[in-house]
Design a protein around this ligand. Sequence first.
Ligand SMILES: O=C(O)C(=O)C[C@H](O)C(=O)CO
Ligand SMILES: [Zn+2]
Length: 276
Amino acid sequence: MVTTRYAVHPDDFKHYDTARVRESCLLDNLFIDDSITHHYTHYDRLIVGGVKPVTKPVTLEPIDQLKAEFYLQRREIGIINVGSAGTITADGKDYSLKYKEALYIGRDTKKVVFHPSKDGKALFYFNSAPAHTTYPTRVVTHADAETVELGALESSNHRTIRKLIVNSVIPTCQVQMGLTELKTGSVWNTMPPHTHDRRMEAYFYFEVPENHMVCHFLGQPQETRHIWMKNNQAVLSPPWSIHCGAGTSNYCFIWGMAGENLDYSDMDGLKLGDLK
Ligand SMILES: O=C(O)C(=O)C[C@H](O)C(=O)CO
Ligand SMILES: [Zn+2]
């Protein structure tokens, strides 16, 4: 499945009703048996996707939007395993990924194959962006990652941020990805929130328990809107938008970015009192 998501002007966005907010920013149906879902966005041309190989290996084929001979002809891709331990083959070499580990695959890689696991529960989430050069393909484990703890239980935002595919860990052209785990009893992510007009971002929520949801906030800081998110759904954050959320339980999410720079700390932090 392939969808195209056009960029939205903030002056238009503030007039959107619930359905239109969801249509422009919510990315669903990421995992379809034995296939790949691609949401091709016009935000820095980031593609947000999911792969679910169940009964057979699934190959990354170029989509029409790319007008390319092969998917990574002008692109790089970051992949995070969100299912059973699994294997991805890139140009004939196998890379094994445990749960929540990442694989970066550089530009010019011609063939990428996602293999099913024995229990049929392999799931891979990915972000792909245009790349100006080729950097080496590499697995990033949690031991390789840059890990920080933020927040506190008293403010319901105690969380671990694992920076996996970021420039302090491996070289990339544009893609930066990592995952954030909320501690038991903490529900707020990215609180206090921020914007970064130099980069767009996408969040993918997972480990959201059954019968629980995450309320994701987006929009300009003075014109916020929300989307109720279920497990395994992703949401786009235009560069002018905040991106934060509160769950009815703790949960995890993957964040991914592309744009002007690779500086994770280049954020415009907001004061809580300024939000509307
Ligand atoms: O919980 C957080 O805070 C985050 O995970 C923030 C994201 O990493 C982010 O928005 C990076 O720009
Ligand atoms: Zn951010």
